[in-house]
Design a protein. Sequence first.
Length: 245
Amino acid sequence: MPSYKRTPDGKPERRTPDEMLRDAVSDDTDIPGKGKPLDLKAYFRPDAEHRMAGKILRDNNVLPAQLQERKDAEEYLKKSEEHLRHATEKIAPLQKAIRPFAQTLIRTFSNDKEMCEALGLDALPEDFHPNTQTPPASDLLDTIRTFDQLCKQYNARVRDLTYHYLENLRLAHENIEASKKRQLVNRSLLPAYAPIDKVDIEAQREYIQKRFPLLPERPHDWQSRLKTWQRSQHPALWRRIFKSA
């Protein structure tokens, strides 16, 4: 049984690690390599199986889980920004082409309310209001058809942008949270890089909706609605005669 040093009251004496090592290794202890620096190369040298496993992992670009999650998050964030940039390049010309058609249509009707009722629309975007220099439509039917086609193309691209942009952000958010949880569970995984900022998906959704608002699409019966409105604006001769009488 080893003997422990004790204080006068019988409790074990507290010693520092250096004191414990000094007492454990006395001058007469015969230890191989005593008094020489420790050679730990052999201790940390991997064997053949570990070297082969490491080579396979490196050749296949396999990273530790916490690094792979961070890498995936960065790639998804990059994809979302690239998709937003490419979609903006395609949506901006459509916005520019739609605005004069919308302003021309509004000038054709007496006011916004009359246009919405004639075409079956709920409301118009705020930036569609024309100035006094905007001419009315010379061919109302063709103008509305072109306007309708442009709006459908625009809405389709905005929906595609919203889905892919937010989906990439959602995947990035999942990887960021998974990496953070892994570090909390295993305290030895100290972050070697600055943490990635949290992704606020709802804020980005509001940003997309504000920057690219969906345009109201015409109902299927808009042509019959338009004809009804035209007849009310230009009634037949017999209607004008009986109305005046």
